[in-house]
Design a protein around this ligand. Structure first.
Ligand code: BES
Ligand code: MN
Ligand code: ZN
Length: 494
């Protein structure tokens, strides 16, 4: 992470190793850029006119040793019409350029970088988030070819007095969020020979040592057996790696305040089990714990922000393997809720670990429960990689999540869980079966979970398409939906 500072004031001194300024397509300049123009004898207007500087969103122009100033590098970013998406796009482009420059420090001039629908705090927070997103690399596993870290280590934001407080708050959020997102990315990208359920439990215990308001308890298989979690255990029993139910409690308010609960699917590797997946892209299933990793990162961000509220984060962690001890198609298991499940496909394991976690969290008397899971390939077919899917037994809750996604640009879209779909998972022999046929695969998976979430306001997010990218050298975890979850939880603070 880079260090961030906020400075109030005008651009009186023009000595910078790297200054970033934004110019919108209306080419309107504020007092600071006007001062720059005066010193440089109108360089910016001249270059815009000549076509050497573009004001289109997503474009950047690097000017070096600007005449009349002591600015070594001036990075001009086009802002277009300054819509929310254009501001985000311009920050992403700026971040991609900045990480390539040799400068150790950079200053962003906030003047003129505003957005009709957002406040200065949001803009500052997005700036930090985009810089940290761009600078992130997973280098843990590199041996002899460790890439150089990005040079940029100090970032200053120059703002006017009016916005300084909001900008400081935005930087605080952006830094806290980025720490959480980086933790999520690190856990998600870690291969399954490192990132086992036991490893996740250790990381959660470590986190509780760092933050006094957080406590972690871990249920082992014995304890889960005593609780009757037959569905969860039917998955973990196929693996040599013991399953863990990892419970992280953030206590920021009186114990009488109902907690909000987030539950993540933490399959550290999903082979499909006896219903084995094809080999070609099976490696992608190292990412089948992205839901759990997003819970971890969100809890970390909350600890950094320290809001006065209570939040419980649960990671349902297991490995789905084929072995002599693994579940077989046709097996019937009893869940903690007492309901029985016919396992017709051992590759529909996410719902099996989640259903017992959903019953378990009843004990917290939750204000809301949101589970997050790379649950179905069908979700990628439905929404692609742009939106996470939201399902809920409470439309207001679904709406809150969707709005949090809009605000943060970590978007989600609601799909129905009408009763009409429920009959697809009725079973001849048990109370339900764990697959519902080819039609509406994401919805029937959500309908399955809904049968275990009747006692509270609940939503399920399918992040199969949004939480990781699988394309070649650009592959990697996105840390979605940590931004959405953080925004949602902070908006629930009473
Ligand atoms: N983890 C997978 C879903 C998945 C697939 C996530 C691709 C991300 C990318 C899940 O456990 C699974 O295997 N689901 C099956 C369900 C089916 C057997 C009903 C699927 O989607 O094919
Ligand atoms: Mn599976
Ligand atoms: Zn899975």
């Amino acid at each position: 992470m880079r260090s961030y500072s906020v400075k109030r004031g005008e651009l009186s001194d023009t000595s910078f190793p790297c200054l970033v300024v934004g110019i919108a397509e209306d080419e309107s300049f504020g007092p600071a850029i006007k001062a720059l123009e005066k010193a440089s004898k109108g360089a910016l207007k001249r270059l815009i006119k000549r076509g050497d500087i573009s004001t289109k969103a997503g474009t950047t122009t690097l000017l070096t040793d600007l005449a009349g100033t002591k600015i070594e590098r001036l990075l001009v970013i086009g802002l277009g019409a300054k819509s929310v998406d254009q501001i985000v796009l311009s920050f992403q482009s700026a971040a991609a350029q900045l990480k390539k420059l040799p400068s150790k420090t950079a200053t962003l001039l906030m003047e003129g970088i505003d957005c009709a629908d957002r406040d200065a705090s949001w803009v500052a927070s997005k700036w930090v988030e985009c810089l940290e997103d761009a600078a992130y690399q997973y280098v843990e596993m590199k041996g002899t070819s460790k890439p150089k870290a990005v040079s940029l280590s100090k970032v200053q934001i120059l703002t006017n007095s009016e916005n300084a407080t909001a900008v400081r708050a935005g930087v605080k959020l952006g830094v806290s969020l980025s720490k959480g997102k980086n933790a999520t990315r690190d856990l998600s990208n870690a291969p399954s020979n490192l990132c086992t359920p036991t490893y996740l439990a250790e990381q959660a215990k470590k986190l509780a040592k760092t933050y006094p308001k957080l406590s972690t308890t871990v249920l082992d298989e014995k304890q889960m057996a005593r609780l009757g979690m037959g569905a969860f255990l039917s998955v973990s029993k196929g693996s040599d790696e013991p399953g863990k139910m990892i419970v992280m409690q953030y206590k920021g308010a009186a114990a009488s305040q109902k907690p909000h609960v987030i539950v993540g699917k933490g399959i550290t590797f999903d082979t499909g089990g006896i219903s084995l997946k094809p080999g070609a892209s099976m490696w992608e299933m190292i990412y089948d714990m992205c839901g759990a990793a997003s819970v971890f990162g969100t809890m970390l961000t909350l600890c950094e922000m320290a809001p006065r509220m209570n939040v419980v984060g649960v990671m349902a962690a297991a490995e789905n393997m084929p072995s002599g001890g693994a579940s077989k198609p046709g097996d019937i298991v009893k869940t903690m809720s007492g309901q029985t499940v016919e396992i017709l496909n051992t590759d529909a394991e996410g719902r099996l670990v989640l259903c017992d976690a959903l019953t378990y969290v009843e004990r917290f008397n939750p204000a809301s429960v949101v589970d997050i899971a790379t649950l179905t390939g069908a979700c990628i077919i439905a929404l692609g990689s742009h939106a996470s899917a939201v399902f809920s037994n409470d439309d207001a809750l679904a709406q809150s999540l969707i709005e949090a996604g809009e605000r943060t640009r970590d978007r989600a879209w609601q799909l129905p869980i009408w009763d009409d779909y429920q009959k697809q998972i009725n079973s001849a022999f048990a109370d339900m079966q764990n697959i519902g046929g080819r039609e509406a695969g994401s919805i029937t998976a959500a309908c399955f979970l809904a049968r275990f979430a009747k006692k509270y306001r609940w939503a399920h997010m399918d992040i199969a398409g949004t939480s990781f990218k699988w394309a070649g050298l650009n592959k990697g975890a996105t840390a979605r939906p940590v931004a959405l979850l953080t925004d949602y939880l902070l908006s629930q603070k009473s």
